[in-house]
Structure formats: C-alpha cells, structure tokens
Write a protein that binds this ligand. Structure first.
Ligand code: AMP
Length: 577
C-alpha cells in the first residue's frame, strides 16, 4: 500500500509542536520503518523541506510570487485577506491552511484519489523538469492541480516544502539519529555514509534496502561531491595553538569561494561549497587541473579567488560575477581572472585519505599538485611567529588565518575545533534579509534598506538584529531589489516582508543591548560587505552566536584599549569603514 502524503503532513505537524529531541527522533524513526523502500528518500527529503533529492542539482524554480498567486486562486481570497492571516500565523504554509479551513474550501472531492508520497514527488519532478517556453504556465498548472487535490493540512506542508521553509526544528543531524534508530545501523556509520553521499535520504534508502553492509560499503566516488569539513572560530592565534596542543599549522585564509575538484582521467568537475556543479563557470581552472594534476583520480579542495592584473587578491564580489554570468563566460573570464589555491586532498587513485592526518594529506597534496599553488602555510608553536604570519596574510589582502590541527582527520560535514578560523576584526556575521524598505531620492524605486536577521538555532526562526542601507553598489541593489520582489510576502507601506532566502555578510562596529528588536540586541553601524550567494539561509549565523560575540566583545575591547593585542591595534581600517 503506498503511503499517503497525509502521513508526512501529520508527522511534521506533530514535530512542529514538539521541542524535545529524543521523542522527535523516535516518531520519525517509527515513521520511516513503515515506508516502502521507494518512498524513503522522497519522505526523508520532504520532512526536511526539500522537494527533490539533495544532490539532484535540480530545483523547482518557482518564485514566491507565482506560488502566492496560485494560493490566492485556490483559496479564492484576495492578497489583503491572505496577508492578514499571514501576519497572525507568521508562516505562509500555516496561513494557506488556515484560509482553506476557514473558508470551508474543501478541495479534496470524495472521489479524488488521496495523494501518495510518490504522487507528490512525481509532481515536484514535473515542476522541475518544465523548462523553456511556456514552462511558467506548465509549472503553475501542476502546482494548482497538486494543491487542489490536497486537504488543508497537506496544502500547508506542500507549500512549506515548495518554498523550503519547514521550520519544525528537525534538522539533518536529528534525521541521522532517526535513520540509525529506524534501521538499526550504528549512528557513527550513518553519519559517515551521510558525509560521503552528501544526502541523508540516500543513506536512509541504503539502510533500508541493504542494512549495515550497504552503509559500510559507501565510499568515495568521483563526481559525487562530499560534504565539506567546516571550521569554528578562534579569538586569536594563541588560542588556536593552545587548542591544538601547543603546535599547529596556520594557512592563509583566502577570501574567495571554496571548491571541491573531482578528477578522473581527463575529466574534471568543480563543485561549489553548496555542492552544485560550477564547472562551466571556471573553464581555465579545469584546464589548469588537467595540465598539472599528477593523479589519475582525485578529489581535492581549494579556494578560488579573484585577482587583478598583477595577481593581487580582489574582493569577493568580483569573484561572484564569475559564477553568475554563465552565458558570457569567456568575456567574464577575461575580465575577472581567478586563481586557485589548493589546501586538501580527500581521495587519491581509489583510496580514501580522510583518515590520514592533516600533515600527511598536505604532503601528498604537494606531491601530486604539480604547479598548482597550495595555500601558504606555517607550522609553528610560536605565538609571535604566528601573529606575524597573520599580519602578512592581512597585508597581502587576505582575510586572516586558518589553523589546522596537525594530526587531525578530515571530517566531512563537521564543524569541529580541528580547523579554527582567525580573523583580526570583530568578525562579520552572515545574516539573512527578512524585510526591506524602499529608499529615498535616487533610491526611491529600489529596496535599499535591509532588515538583517540571525537564525535561532533552537527554533529555526529568524530574528532581526539590525538594519542597514550601506555597503552595496548600485548594480547590486537593483539586483537584490528584483530578487526581493520575487520573495515578497507582504507589504506594509514602504516596507516589504520577504521570505528569508538572501544571505549577506555584514560588518559592524559593535553589538549593543537594544529594545528595538525582539532579541534585545542590535548591530551598531551595520554595513553589508558582500552578498553570500554561496550560503544557504540555514548556514547563516545564529542568534546564539550574536549573543556570544556580544559578550566576548568586552574582552576584545579591554585588550584593544590596553594595546595588548598587536594585531588588533594594527588593523584600523580593516573594518571596511
Ligand atoms: P567561513 O566561510 O567564514 O565559515 O570560513 C570557512 C571558509 O574559509 C571555508 O569554507 C573556505 O571557503 C575558506 N577558506 C579560505 N582559506 C582556507 C584555507 N586555507 N583552508 C580552509 N578553508 C579556507
């Protein structure tokens, strides 16, 4: 018997009301056990708010404006009514459900076949596949049919999945626990397989169909990107040395885009930090890897930065132009030259290297990379030497340093203390635009004043911590304006509320206590330093982190005044003032 989509909607509804993690894991595990094999990956993806498999490289490509219009048509209410309900519920999916309930619009006719998980996935695939002329209408027809055959509760979750806003608090880490429990596979094995496959949905499918043997067999495969190892923050070089047991490897932290490079024979593909295929955007790097890389088969990691005519690093915005203008590739390649610096190797000629130490991996990387440069590195136990190295990095136009524990393994997908980033300023925050206001004068038709929010790690809610109209160039403002218009959910005078999708990096001078926003804190002199197209809203900084920086800044300020911290005192002007 195919499982009904209603079962997912009911499960998510229960999750939404729960706060304790163990019972949440339990009910999801019980649910997964009951599914047919073919339903597992779609269900796992949908519970996490994803319509399609994580690594499918496909998207529904439906704007909020389109979806909103369909909801209006189906519910037969006008925008004003919808927005009133929305401001009460605060959630587009919940608003859709409430209106359907209130109006007694019962779409599901007695004779209609109830929606199964498979039906819903098929519709999502058809929406993603509709391309080219007439595709917008086709997508709309499919969505309308889908929502019309859904009950109000199902419609709530269909909408949430389509816009990728699940907000039940059931994140990927908890899903790994649920899969482990459901199919009786040790958690650690599930986590490893999830890092290697990059998709917990596929892991769940394997666990169901092949059990522990299947999970243990998962290995590296070229052209299947794996999750990246992530870094935590250290206050200063001394902390990094201490944390890493008295001696560590510092590398320049470059201000560019992280890439994972896969090579098999003469075929090379490059994946972004979000594991999307960006090979076409970086043709000269593909050539450079083909020419220089000594290995037949390898998975490598590095950072791509934009450089000027003299090979000097350029700000990140220049680099992003390379990823956007896919149709004008050659011209932009000339206008925005880039350079690749490698810093890790995960796989070589059929063998995984992730269990080797960082030190050994770096040696191997140096042996196989030919003329491709590696990030500049200094292994030291000396604080003074490390501080000079940090200064050198910053003076050469880089962001700071990364400290890497010499004997550490590569742990994909994990943000641990084995990699520590050190930036010499009050570190910028990655925040999400949740609302924007039209500007004045020259900017009157642009959404140029932005409300910036941090994510609450506990609830998934976005909380405003600041507002700014500073930092973006005119062409960026017009671009952000058109993207925000597509994401708009509500207008209040000059202010437009938007779905939280656009991540921006924000610099500021201080975090203050303030009654202005619900969270009780506000950024002072916030300004946007770049648009983080490479980051998803779930990767934005958390409100917990903002609080931590708030508390920590007193420590910094104390040092700053006393002139104890020579890096800080020598870095005036780095704040992008
Ligand atoms: P953040 O984006 O601030 O969390 O910092 C981590 C990012 O720094 C990584 O994802 C890389 O894109 C980048 N990065 C720059 N230089 C290095 C390096 N030498 N080693 C590792 N990551 C680096």
């Amino acid at each position: 018997m195919p499982t009904l989509f209603m079962a997912i909607a009911e499960l998510c509804e229960r999750l939404e009301k729960m706060t304790r993690r163990i019972p949440m894991v339990d009910i999801v595990a019980e649910f997964l056990v009951r599914l047919e094999a073919s339903e597992i990956e779609p269900a796992v993806s949908m519970i996490q708010g994803r319509p399609l498999p994580k690594l499918s490289q496909r998207a529904l490509n439906v704007s909020w404006a389109t979806l909103g219009n369909i909801i209006m048509r189906i519910t037969r209410v006008d925008w004003d009514t919808f927005l009133k309900v929305l401001s009460k519920t605060g959630d587009v999916g919940a608003a859709t459900m409430e209106i359907l309930n209130n109006r007694g619009v019962r779409q599901l006719s007695l004779y209609a076949k109830p929606l199964s998980i498979a039906d819903v996935r098929k519709s999502f695939e058809a929406i993603a596949e509709a391309e080219g002329q007439g595709s917008k209408e086709k997508k709309e027809r499919i969505i309308e049919a889908l929502l019309s055959s859904a009950s109000p509760l199902e419609a709530k979750y269909l909408v949430k999945i389509m816009i990728g806003e699940m907000r039940t608090g059931f994140h990927e880490g908890l899903m790994e626990h649920a899969v482990s429990k459901a199919f009786n596979v040790p958690l650690e094995s599930v986590q490893t397989a999830s890092m290697l496959l990059g998709d917990i949905g596929l892991v769940a499918y394997l666990a169901k169909t092949e059990g522990i043997e299947g999970i243990l067999k998962v290995g590296f495969k070229t052209f299947r990107p794996v999750k990246l190892m992530l870094a935590q923050t250290a206050e200063c070089v001394a902390e990094a040395i201490r944390e890493h047991g008295g001696r560590t490897a510092f590398e320049f932290k470059l201000d560019g885009a992280r890439v994972q490079i896969h090579k098999l024979g003469q075929e090379v593909k490059i994946y972004s930090r979000r594991l999307t295929d960006v090979t076409k955007s970086l043709p000269e790097l593909v050539e450079a890897v083909k020419e220089n890389m000594q290995a037949y088969e390898a998975i490598l990691e590095g950072e791509v930065i934009a450089v000027d005519d003299n090979g000097q690093p350029m700000p990140f915005q220049h680099l992003m132009r390379r990823f956007k203008r896919v149709h004008e590739l050659e011209r932009t390649a000339e206008a925005v030259p880039v350079k690749l610096f490698l810093f890790d190797i995960l796989y070589l000629n059929g063998e995984s290297l992730i269990n080797l130490s960082y030190y050994r991996r770096r040696q191997i990387l140096a042996e196989v990379s030919g003329k491709l440069p590696l990030t500049e590195q200094l292994v030291t136990s000396d604080e003074g030497e490390a501080e000079n190295f940090l200064l050198k990095a910053v003076e050469s136009g880089h962001e700071g340093l990364m400290a890497k524990k010499l004997d550490s393994k590569y742990t994909p997908g994990i943000r641990g203390k084995h990699w520590l980033k050190i930036k010499p300023t009050l570190e910028p925050l990655d925040l999400v635009i949740v609302a924007a206001e039209y500007g004045y004068g020259r900017r009157h038709s642009w959404l140029s004043d932005y409300y910036l929010a941090a994510r609450d790690a506990e609830t998934g809610e976005f909380q405003v911590v600041g507002k700014t109209f500073k930092g973006l160039a005119d062409h960026e403002i017009t671009e952000v304006t058109s993207r925000l218009k597509e994401l708009a959910i509500k207008e209040e005078g000059r202010r437009v509320m938007v779905l939280p999708k656009i991540v921006v990096e924000v610099a500021y001078n201080e975090i203050q206590k303030s009654q202005k926003y619900k969270c009780g804190l506000a950024l002072r002199f916030a300004r946007i330093t770049r648009i983080r197209y490479d980051k998803a809203p779930e990767e934005a900084d958390t409100i917990q982190r903002v609080r931590k920086i708030y508390e920590r800044q007193f420590l910094w300020k104390g040092r700053f005044k006393a002139g104890e911290h020579n890096i800080l005192t020598s870095q005036k002007g780095l704040n992008h003032e």
